[in-house]
Structures are given as C-alpha cells and as structure tokens.
Design a protein around this ligand. Structure first.
Ligand code: HEM
Length: 413
C-alpha cells in the first residue's frame, strides 16, 4: 500500500486506500505540510490534460474562493462539453449573481425555518420504521430525509414520484459503473423535464419549479433547458452533501457516547455543534476553478486554462486556522470553516442544509438517546469523487414507540 507521502505526490481521491477516511486526512496533512499547492494527474469533474493543482491550505483556498476574476467557475473546455445548460455553479458574476438573485429569496432563513415541522415529521417517520425493534440503520435516515424534504417541499415534485427520484439520484451519484450512473442521470433528467413541462400552464404553486419557470435574467425568461438543468443541479448539490454530512455526524456521535450524551445534556451548544460537525465531517473534498488570467498566489504562478481544485475538507483540517484541527470540539468557538464554501458561490442551500442536519440529529438524540454503532466493522463508508459519507450505519438502542404525526392533520384537529 502506498505511503501517505506517495499518495501526496499525486492525489487521486478515487483511490481505494481512501475508503479509510483517517488515512485520507493523513495524506492531506502531508500535502499541507509540503507546499501550498499539491497536484493530481486525475482530476475529477474537470478532465483537464496535464491534471490539476490542488489547494489544500485554508488561507489559499479562501483566497481562491474570493478571487473569481482570476479563478473562474467556468469549466475547462473538456468539462464544458458535458454540461446540459447554463448552471449557477459554473457561471461567473455578473450572470451568476443574477441567478442568485432569483434563487436566494427562496432559500432565505425565514422561508427554510417555516419548514421545521415538516422536516421533523419526515425525520420521525423514517425513525418510526425501526424504533420499535431496538436495531436499525441510521444511514437510511441520513440518506432519505434530505431527499424527501427536497423533492416534496422545495422542488415541488409530485409526492408519488419522490421515492423514484431519490432512487434515481442515488444511482446517478453512486451507481456501480459509469454507464449505470449515466442511465440514472438520463432517467432523472427525463423525470424532472416531464414534471417541469406539466407545470408550464398549471396554476402557480410557489415552489422551486415555479421560481425557475418565472425567473427573468437580463430581461429574458430562462430557457426551458436551463430550468431543468438548474433543478438537476439543486438535486445534485443538495442531497448527497447533506446526507454525507449527517451520516458522518451519526457515526461520530454513535462512536463517542460521551459526546452524544453531552449534546443531549447541553442542547444550547447545538448551533456550534452543527458547524463543527460539518467542518470535521468534510462532506465535500473538492470543486474546481479554471485560471482565467495569469496570477500569482503564495509564490505559485498560475497560467490561463489551468485547473485548480479547492479542497474544502483539507482546508477545514488546517491547524493554522483551527487549533487542534483533527479533533471534533462540539462547542468550538471561532469556526470560519469552508464547509459551505466562501465568496460568490457560497452554498445557496446552507440554511436548508443546516436545518435538515440539526433536526436529523435532534430527533435521533431525542428518540434513540442511548444509540451506539452496533459494530464498526459492519458500517459501510463510501466516497465518490466529490462527497464522502456512510452508506450503512447499523445501530443498537433501547426500543421506543412510533410517534410521527402529520403536522397538517395536527393543525386541523
Ligand atoms: C451539508 C450540506 C451541504 C454542503 C456541505 C454544501 C457545500 C457547498 C459548497 C462547498 C459550495 C460551493 C461550491 C463552489 O465553491 O463552487 C456549495 C454551493 C452550492 N450549494 Fe451547497 N452544500 C450543502 C447543501 C446544499 C443544499 C441543501 C442545497 C440546495 C438544495 C445546495 C445547493 C447549492 C448550490 C445551488 C450551490 C452553487 C451556488 C453558486 O454557484 O452560486 N447545497 N455548496
């Protein structure tokens, strides 16, 4: 097995050695110690001839994310070929800001907070599936909850389609082969395409599909293809990221009972704990930028056309920014983590993600307060080329009763 130093010479996130997450972080530590910028011959998302630079230190990642004039989100020409439409995440200002202006109000803290009862209910329903037996798989809660919430309450897909959309998304992101993943993307695209078509002449319903259909950018309505593509982007950006982070938190608390008990005893630290678990879990390991104009950063000269991957997970474990960075400190005080990025592309869905994440943890701690991971050897950890999290988390706990009450029927009583 290659040493951390050998892996650091040519970082390949898809390498099987990195199924051991601690080993991956040991490699990041070598990369950060050596130099500001590491290199990979096998960049993901941007198949660039000659590979890509990898920013691994906090300050460099932060500087790149602030400087969109030199470090553009436009893909390399090779990667652009694969894109179906004009996506907020692959545009630069000013057009990117126009997309944000349309989408931001929909994801405001107040609007997301109003979804609290529904998210709690959906989480409880998932826990109800196994609460009476004393054993269960918490990865099911982590993976299903963000999908149900997103498709049902945010995007506005027909409720009956939700299970199929979640399965297609999962296959698209994690299918065993490139062909299987592409087929699932095709299926999901078609499904969202049909749902959007059906809404064109339907009465407005104030959901994300309506927001995108009504959006005007530069005085023009979005092309139909862009509506479908941005809906797909939201699916891609919002589900696996939140699911991975939540699964990581469930694993951490299930393997650190004293920390689990502390969070139950001291609910006031929950907002800090959410940030810290997101920093520590590091669900996203890299999104690329393309060098638009020659520039120098920390003694390194970047040339136009080169690709640079911003490694948020490595930046979030940089001791120069976070004292004792490899330790999860639930009430960490200063925590300017890059888990949700920074600069103009800062995560659009962070308010929703935080809410889903917090409620997921709250409901699990409230209903399975003594849960532990049944056996660490039975957990399954999965990393794809962008995000990483647990796909199977068998847990043991004292059985409890089912409780889920539909917030709408409760309101009508
Ligand atoms: C814990 C969960 C999440 C994490 C860790 C996360 C992380 C990130 C990061 C690091 C970026 C910056 C990308 C860049 O710099 O190019 C980003 C952007 C984005 N995120 Fe999230 N995200 C999460 C949840 C969500 C959710 C729930 C949604 C929506 C439903 C969402 C939608 C987006 C979108 C649309 C962008 C692109 C924004 C732009 O380009 O202006 N994310 N996210």
């Amino acid at each position: 097995m290659p040493t951390p130093e050998q892996h650091a010479d040519n970082w390949d996130l898809r390498h099987e050695d990195f199924n051991d997450n601690d080993f991956l972080y040991a490699v990041y530590s070598v990369m950060r110690r050596r130099d500001s910028f590491a290199h990979t011959d096998t960049p993901f998302l941007t198949p660039t001839p000659g590979g890509a630079w990898v920013a691994v230190r906090y300050q460099d990642c932060y500087s790149i994310l602030q400087d969109w004039q030199h470090f553009s989100s436009n893909p390399t020409p090779e990667a652009a070929e694969k894109l179906a439409g004009d996506l907020v995440i692959t545009l630069d200002p000013p057009r990117q800001q126009m997309f944000r202006k349309v989408l931001n109000p929909y994801f405001s803290p107040a609007r997301m907070k109003a979804l609290t009862p529904q998210i709690r209910w959906e989480t409880d329903r998932l826990i109800d599936d196994f609460i009476e037996s004393g054993t269960g798989d918490l990865a099911q809660v982590a993976w299903r909850q963000p999908g149900v919430v997103f498709f049902k309450y945010v995007l506005g897909m027909p409720v009956d389609d939700v299970p199929l959309c979640i399965d297609l998304t999962d296959d698209a992101l994690n299918g065993p082969t490139e062909d299987a993943r592409m087929a699932a993307w095709g299926g999901l695209y078609q499904h969202i395409h049909d749902a959007v078509s059906a809404r064109i002449d339907a009465p407005p319903r104030d959901d994300m599909i309506d927001v995108l259909l009504a959006a005007e950018i530069d005085g023009e309505k979005l092309a139909f293809n862009d509506v479908v593509s941005n809906a797909m982007l939201l699916v891609q950006a919002g589900l696996e990221t939140t699911a991975s982070a939540m699964s990581f938190a469930f694993h951490y608390l299930g393997t650190h009972p004293e920390e689990r008990d502390r969070l139950i005893r001291e609910p006031d630290i929950m907002p800090r704990a959410v940030e810290e678990l997101i920093r520590f879990g590091g669900s996203i390991h890299g999104i690329p930028r393309t060098v638009a104009k020659e520039t120098e950063l920390n003694g390194h000269r970047f040339c136009p056309g080169e690709s640079v991957i911003v490694n948020y997970a490595s930046a979030n474990r940089d001791d120069a920014e976070f004292p004792d960075a490899d330790r999860c400190v639930l009430d960490r005080q200063a925590n300017r983590h890059l888990g949700f990025g920074s600069g103009v592309h800062r995560c659009l869905g962070s308010n929703l993600a935080r809410l889903e994440f917090r409620i997921g943890i709250e409901q699990v701690l409230a209903r399975l307060p003594d849960y532990t991971i049944a056996s660490d050897s039975e957990t399954v950890f999965h990393g794809n080329s962008v995000t990483r999290g647990f796909r199977r988390l068998p847990v043991l706990f004292s059985p409890g009763p089912q409780v889920a009450v539909d917030p709408e029927s409760a309101a009508n009583v």
